[in-house]
Ligand binder design. Structure first.
Ligand code: NAP
Ligand code: ZN
Ligand code: ZN
Length: 347
């Protein structure tokens, strides 16, 4: 076991504070990673506040991890000391079910995916995430960060990037398609960049026009405020695809009305409260309301290679560990441009 500095929430809703945790010995197929940067995802905040239900404390959040390999187990062949690597939302799964075999480990139906934190591993030990200086992860759940991507701007790709890349690809975002990204936060701004790089015509639907200039610079073609009722009149029946990244409950009926006939609204936002839906919103026009959760390991590597090829990283605000609690408040107030990333050397 190795003792490692980390930032943890000791109990639900408590502020995060510096602590130490134990990382397991490097096993045959394990990789020891010196974490350099960890992104702050809104999911970290939902879980620290126990907004999704029963959580495990103390909790070391962080599932947008970028670092450098500092040791490999005797059986590891795919990574070497010095490699630049990333870890996202999962560190294990059953590896045998149909979904694991098909590269959809996030939907593992065997043991379920093992979360990078707020989960128990195969030995029943709690997992601890990226707000720490080192992590030990099985090589099968580690991805390579291409040389062209700076590590700090790459960290948020491990969750925010893959969570929008996967549904954009699956639902056909590309040339000739009108795609709306709902919510211009961490996931949303990556959605704009990736949908634009895929060749789609991109519209941002944000609460206000506060971030319009940024949105247009990042690749959006149009930008509308959802606080303005005229937006909904003007955009009726406009989109082939809407990806909702909103962290709070929404009136999905209103957004479904913005789809073309047989269009799809894919929701990735994970609000803590249920929403109410009038099913006529999907019946009329044969529309689809779907969900999506992160992406598989191979798809995450594909996304990183795609982003490197298009020069896409996240827009980040680099912070020291002492600023984590303040950053959480700002994320909750939609006051982030567009992802806080912790410099883990400050832990
Ligand atoms: P974020 O940076 O806080 O962005 C969320 C955005 O939602 C905000 O920037 C804001 O956009 C909009 N928003 C917030 N409150 C709103 C409200 N009351 N009404 C309308 N819009 C509102 O969060 P994030 O890290 O991108 O994560 C977004 C959500 O996705 C979270 O719930 C997170 O847990 C979830 N998530 C899901 C997955 C998955 O696999 N499905 C993966 C990662 C995260 P504007 O300022 O533009 O209005
Ligand atoms: Zn996340
Ligand atoms: Zn499985």
């Amino acid at each position: 076991m190795t003792t490692v500095a980390a930032y943890a929430a000791p109990a639900a809703k408590a502020p995060l504070e510096r602590t130490t945790i134990e990382r397991r010995e490097v096993g045959e197929h394990d990789i020891l990673i010196d974490i350099k940067f960890a992104g702050i995802c809104h999911s970290d905040i939902h879980q620290v506040r126990e907004g999704w239900g029963g959580a495990i404390f103390p909790m070391v959040p962080g599932h947008e991890i970028a670092g450098v390999v500092s040791e490999v187990g005797s059986g590891v062949t795919t990574f070497r000391v010095g490699d630049r690597v990333g870890v996202g939302c999962m560190v294990d799964s059953c590896r045998e079910c149909d979904n694991c075999r098909a590269g959809r480990e996030q939907y593992c139906t065997g043991s379920g995916m093992v979360g990078t934190y707020n989960a128990l591993d195969k030995n029943g030990e709690p997992t601890y995430g990226g707000y720490s200086q080192k992590i030990v992860v099985d090589e099968n759940y580690v991805v390579r960060i291409p040389d062209g991507l700076p590590l700090d701007a790459a960290a948020p790709l491990l969750c925010a990037g893959i969570t929008v890349y996967s549904p954009l690809k699956r639902w056909g975002a590309g040339p000739g398609k009108k795609v709306a990204i709902l919510g211009m936060g961490g996931l949303g701004h990556m959605g704009v960049k990736i949908a634009h790089a895929l060749g789609a015509e991109v519209t941002v639907l944000s609460q206000s026009l506060r971030k319009k200039d940024d949105g247009l610079k990042l690749g959006a073609d149009h930008y509308y405020a959802t606080a303005d009722p005229k937006t909904f009149e003007e955009l009726q029946g406009s989109f082939d695809l809407i990806v909702s990244t909103v962290s709070a409950p929404l009136d999905f009926n209103a957004y479904l009305s913005l789809l073309k006939t047989e269009g799809a609204l894919v929701n990735v936002g994970a609000p803590e409260e249920p929403v109410s839906l009038n099913l006529f919103s999907v019946i009329g026009g044969g529309k689809t309301l779907a969900g999506s959760m992160i992406g598989g390991i191979a798809e995450t590597q594909e996304m990183l290679d795609f982003c490197a090829g298009h020069g896409i990283g996240a827009e980040i605000e680099l912070i020291g560990a002492a600023e984590i609690n303040e950053a959480y408040e700002r994320v909750q107030n939609s006051d982030v441009r567009y992802r806080f990333v912790i410099d883990t050397a400050t832990i």
